[in-house]
Design a protein around this ligand. Structure first.
Ligand code: HDE
Length: 697
């Protein structure tokens, strides 16, 4: 993590003395905290028990309001470094020098659910980055979708009310599959593009570490000469962008509600620091009107094929917070936290955000002094005339107004040396009107482009997601109205959805929009193709061929993967060589949905082993159903055939590799062959394998 922020943060770490006895908040020593002061052993508690009252009172006030959206999150510290100077486009100090590392804090989040909701819900994910630059804090408060549901921030309360749990019963938690959201969507076609993303696999990321991030709005870079350039920000994960499948995501909510948070924490603890590349799409000011959509409309992307994403730096997260509340909960992002060289545009969504974030922190963090909290404190010097207020932690001296002579005129205005923030001198001229620009009116072309760009399996998942969501909507009118809108996007999509939710095929057809942007498909977002941090379960039982396990474990861990041996009970199993073999976890404590792949080693053919254990068989069946790589060696190959899926019959041609379906087998006994290891690794790096025949049971 960037040193300056860490050093600053260390100064605020509560150095709770461990040597002395317990005290009250006033420093008075306490000899007994297990019983309250009472009038006799069985008598009433006494008001004068100041220790009891202080302890309970503090506890009673431990909670602060959770974020109205993005309540549940996980954060980490790290650093950002540019690849080269971006001086041509921006004077932002942290984008000038590749040798300068800027400390960052990133918070990932889900949006709809409360703090205690599950991670793997169908939802947008927040991706907010605070850069502690030497010129002040810069916050890039983005999401993992590049578009938003509405065009003007005045609609935000309507949208959020619609998606949040319904007001009468506070149901559903962490889910969008309910009447009010789809009522809103069906009446508000500007939501459709983001809704397509929400129905896609992007809404159920495998990991926060395997997720793209987007600034969404068009921002403005400004260089030292004052020239502006429109800019869109993209974060690209080194490990590629990968998703769960819906059935798995739902099961995960029960098996491990902290699935994404734990994954981020564990990776950083293990020294597997997640990394993203920051890219920008740049558009010259004179090209503002060169597109058939409006750059100020946050429901549109600039297709990468039109304006390529130019990599400008990388971010690494290498330190977990020490205290969730102090850091991840109290971090306060604000789109208006910008530094010289980065400016806004007139995107009406962004303009609203520039009001909302400061406003929300005032209630959430209890007053105007939250910038003093360690996680929010800039590493740049702060000199203001702001004073007092709740939770004022500083003892200010001197004067508190400007201009002054009594304080020597300090703090003075910055000189004209170019270090101060100056707003881009955009010329504006217009009548006061409450009206949406005509250039914001096309709500169907880009959702159609998204649909056209998807692989078959991605389209299949989108149709299933719409069927699931609308299938939970009680009102048939809302279902039918949504289908009519979808028909404007793509008739095939709308018809396939309609046929799953009991409403008539759509009456309208879409305007034939054939645009596509291949970069939108997950096919194109595989990252560096490594298998780092992928979790592979090896199912073992008495009689297992331990040589095989060792050969696979060595090869996969050398590639950075994590291999765990699971058995019906913890402890050890007897290896085929008669030696005890250490088990990592007991099967009943885990599940297939918590792993990326499964491997079945062999043993003597007459040992019932894994095939006899229903938990193990369910494990393999689930991994197969969810498209995960399945590997089998020696007699383990027979276990796969016990699954009974058509096509996963052990036949001569199946014995080697079935890499296209991600089922990799080798019946030979002894250590795994090079050929097997290569095929299994390739299957792992491809993440998921579609088009498998269904399994029985
Ligand atoms: Fe936010 N959003 N938002 N949002 N948003 C908040 O600020 C808001 C929008 C995003 O980890 C709130 O501190 C309005 C787009 C993230 O702490 C609040 C509008 C994007 C986070 C707020 C939007 C985002 C928030 C709630 C429409 C992606 C979590 C608590 C005009 C580019 C930050 C808080 C964290 C949080 C308002 C739309 C991303 C109420 C009014 C578009 C990642 O201020």
């Amino acid at each position: 993590m960037g040193g300056r922020k860490q050093e600053q943060r260390d100064r605020f770490r509560a150095d709770d003395p461990t040597a002395g006895p317990l005290t009250t908040d006033q420093g008075v020593t306490v000899d007994h905290t297990d019983d309250s002061l009472a009038a006799g052993e069985r008598g009433p508690t006494l008001m004068e028990d100041f220790h009891f009252r202080e302890k309970l009172t503090h506890f009673d006030h431990e909670r602060i309001p959770e974020r109205v959206v993005h309540a549940r999150g996980a954060g980490a510290y790290g650093y950002f470094e540019p690849y080269e100077s971006c001086a041509e486009f921006t004077r932002a100090g942290f984008l000038q020098d590749p040798s300068v590392r800027t400390p960052v804090f990133v918070r990932f989040s889900t949006v709809q659910g409360p703090r205690g909701s599950a991670d793997t819900v169908r939802d947008v994910r927040g991706f907010a980055t605070k850069f502690y630059t030497s010129e002040g804090n810069y916050d890039l408060v983005g999401n993992n979708f590049p578009v938003f549901f509405i065009q003007d921030g005045i609609k935000f309360p309507d949208f959020v009310h619609a998606v949040k749990p319904e007001p009468h019963n506070d149901i559903p938690t962490g889910a969008s599959a309910h009447d009010t959201l789809w009522d809103f969507v069906s009446l508000q076609p500007e939501t459709l593009h983001a809704i397509m993303w929400l129905m896609s696999d992007r809404a159920i990321p495998r990991s926060y570490r395997m997720m793209q991030g987007f600034g969404v709005h068009t921002f403005r870079f400004v260089n030292a000469e004052g020239r502006g350039t429109f800019v869109k920000f993209h974060w690209k994960p080194k490990l590629g962008t990968h998703s769960l499948v819906w059935d798995e995501a739902q099961e995960c909510q029960g098996r491990d509600p902290d699935f994404n948070r734990r994954d981020l924490w564990d990776a950083i603890e293990a020294g597997e620091y997640p990394e993203w590349e920051l890219g920008v799409q740049l558009v010259a000011e004179e090209d503002e009107f060169a597109f058939d959509f409006d750059l100020l409309d946050a429901t549109k992307i600039i297709p990468e094929e039109l304006v390529p994403v130019r990599p400008i730096g990388r971010m690494v997260l290498d330190r977990n917070p020490e205290n969730f509340f102090a850091e991840t909960e109290q971090v306060a992002f604000h789109t208006a936290n910008v530094v010289p060289g980065i400016d806004f545009t007139n995107d009406p969504l962004l303009q609203a955000r520039n009001f909302s974030y400061l406003d929300t922190q005032l209630i959430r963090l209890g007053g105007p002094n939250f910038a003093q909290l360690p996680v929010n404190r800039p590493v740049a010097d702060v000199r203001t005339n702001q004073r007092d207020g709740y939770h004022q932690g500083a003892i200010h001296g001197g004067t508190n107004y400007f201009p002054n002579s009594l304080g020597g005129g300090c703090p003075a205005h910055a000189g004209v040396d170019g270090s101060a923030y100056t707003h881009y001198a955009e010329r504006v001229d217009g009548a006061k009107i409450r009206r949406r620009s005509a250039s914001f009116q096309d709500h169907y072309s880009q959702p159609a482009m998204f649909w056209n760009s998807m692989a078959d399996w991605e389209q299949e998942h989108i149709v299933s997601a719409f069927r699931f969501e609308l299938g939970k909507v009680g009102s048939k009118t809302i279902r039918a109205r949504t289908v009519e809108h979808l028909a404007q996007v793509n008739t095939d999509l709308a018809t396939r959805v309609a046929r799953g939710i009991g409403v008539a095929d759509p009456s309208g057809t879409q305007a034939a929009d054939k645009q596509s942007s291949p970069a939108l498909s997950l096919r194109e977002q595989r990252g560096d193709g490594s298998i780092r941090t992928r979790q592979i379960a090896v199912l073992v039982a008495d009689g297992v061929d331990t040589e095989q396990i060792t050969s696979v474990r060595d090869a996969l861990t050398a590639g950075g993967a994590i291999v765990e041996a699971l058995a019906p009970a913890d402890g050890t199993v007897d290896g085929a060589d008669g030696e005890p073999f250490e088990v990592d976890r007991a099967l009943p404590t885990v599940a297939s949905v918590l792993y990326d792949a499964v491997l079945l080693p062999g043993g003597p053919a007459d040992t019932p082993g894994t095939a006899a254990d229903p938990d193990a068989m369910r494990f393999v069946r689930d991994a197969y159903r969810h498209g995960k790589p399945v590997g089998a060696l020696g007699s383990g190959v027979g276990v796969i055939s016990a699954l009974g899926p058509e096509g996963v019959r052990v036949s001569a041609e199946f014995h080697r590799t079935v890499a296209d379906r991600g089922v990799v087998t080798d019946t030979s006994p002894g250590p795994a062959s090079e050929e097997f290891l290569t095929a299994f690794t390739t299957a792992l790096s491809a993440h998921r394998h579609w088009g498998r025949p269904p399994v029985h049971g």
